[in-house]
Ligand binder design. Sequence first.
Ligand code: ADP
Ligand code: MG
Length: 700
Amino acid sequence: MRPPVLDPLFAPVSSLNGVGPKIAKLLSDFIGFHPDREATVADLLFHLPSGLIDRRHRPGIAYSESGQIVTLDVTIDRHQAPPRESRAPYRITAFDDSGSITFVFFHPRRDWLMQMFPEGERRIVSGKVEWFNERPQMVHPDYVVSPEEAETMPALEPVYPLTAGLSPKTLQKAINSALERVPHLPEWLDAAWQSQNLWPELDDALETLHRPQEQEDLSPASPALSRLAYDELLASQLALAMVRATMRKLGGIARKPSGTLQRSVIDALPFALTGGQQSAIADINADLAEPVRMLRLLQGDVGAGKTVVALAALAQVVEAGGQGALMAPTEILARQHFASMTPICEKVGLRLALMTGKDTTRERRLTQEKLDAGEIDILVGTHALFQGTVTFKDLALVVVDEQHRFGVHQRLALSAKGRGVDVLVMTATPIPRTLLLSSFGDMDVSRLTDKPAGRKPIATVSVSLDRLEEIISRVRAAIGSGQKVYWVCPLVEESEKIDLAAVEDRHQVLEQVLGQRVSLVHGRMKADEKEAAMQSFKSSETRVLVATTVIEVGVDVPDATIIVIEHAERFGLAQLHQLRGRVGRGDKPSTCVLLYKGPLGETAGARLNIMRQTNDGFLIAEEDLKLRGGGEILGTRQSGTPGFRIANVEDHADLMEVARDDARLVLEKDPELKSERGQALRCLLYLFSRDEAIRLLRAG
Ligand code: ADP
Ligand code: MG
């Protein structure tokens, strides 16, 4: 059970001063960690200031820079009130030794202004200065006080990320009240490590971060923030290590077949394996032969040939008497895997089946019967495979394709479907090492760094949308010479309707201008409509496929040689790279056209430049990390590192490595967290809501 010392931190936010049901709901949506529960005092305390306003900055009117927050000691000159019915702002001029300034108010309460800014008197005014036409002004100052009251104005004010309806004042009040609740917790940090870093205790760290005295207190490298980031990283690494240890303890099954079936699969391929594919298969075979569970990530850029590695791995467990499953993130991909694997499986006698959400009850039942009877060797499907009631006779290996968002929870769910199930996760997203560590922990990795022989590089150009006609006529020429073209339009959730219209529009225009049928795929279509559209493009019945980003992952049409990405400025780097990987899969040179709508922002411009300069997915991932942070790479929307509230991979990469080693050592010495430090670490796991680990503690 949760250590009682934590109780004050797990109280709901509505128990805090000034937090009624409405604010509690706002806060829960905004900062809550569990979507279905009210945010807690701890959640609020982990909502850290993003900056600090220093009201001690008193440069004088003439020396105030535009955009800066300053405090001015002024004499009020006069009020310039607009006529009552006018919408013009109310202005008050004031001066000091260095110059004069205008305070500007919209929709003013006149008597209040008269009272606050009495003409001819001195006032201390603080707020943001802006210069227009070489004159300084301040719109709605933050503070106005008389010289006698100057002390009441806070010298330093933390600034928090806010959401609509949440005022800084309300939030500050709630946080002040939360700070009073912080208990003194047992220390979980290694004493030597803590003192070496001069890190404060947790309660002091929270105090420093919420009541900063200097800008530096909030910097990622400050002792207070480093400590909190380390705490979070340690909690995460400890949880991952515990899950991993449990999975290993549950035991794997040593599968050491002769390898005949795998060899016949490889022999049946119309090409020779790359070096990377060979060594990945060797890694996997070695894992499977061990009596511990495999948990391996297969990383390979788009088009690197991961599917073949998966098939070889599946063949290996099937020869050893088990069953395998391949899980794809979308139905299109599941069908595509099924279609591309079928010929080889037929040749070597592997019994392959497909299960999707579209199956009729009867089909589903039939498949289930065959699975139970062991008459299916490999089942291909969407992740629905593992949500429902599907059972296997002897599930030995699960391959998860392109699903880098796959979390620890799902991993545990998978292991429940069989005894000692081995897991292979395949991803085309070249996840940088630090990010890998943060989301998968200490996972084994095989990388396909070489591309299949004969691949031609993809030429990438960026072109303004103004030149659309030119691009269309080039597309016409290309299809005239027998080529095939993807045309991608963005689909962003917030403006889904508009974007959908844009895709349909583009589709119509292209059909008209090109004078032939063009395929269309978007997220609102039914699965069979999508499938039919993909099929006509694949079979070359149509030569152009207009699509939203549903084609992003894994779609394989080797003879497509051109991809046009419309509104390229709206895509992230990782996504652009994924999309570009749809071409360049055959032996013909390919082109990627990044069609952008100018003017380009700085980051968007940088992204398109990187795309033009390199095809190297790892390089792109590193650049992406620099430009946008980890969230973009893992495809999640929030900023910062997915799954983390305080730590982020850019600033705290070194700490991540230490936390990993720390967690490993702790579990070696004290696997059940029973020692004094172990008990304190239990608090840490609760504090950072590492539920998966907590569940293991309870079960243990
Ligand atoms: P991804 O890693 O993106 O999933 P796929 O497994 O879909 O890549 O493979 C891309 C294409 O490359 C497929 O058409 C596949 O048949 C082909 N391919 C895979 N391995 C090789 C190889 N060693 N030599 C030539 N072609 C290969
Ligand atoms: Mg693939």
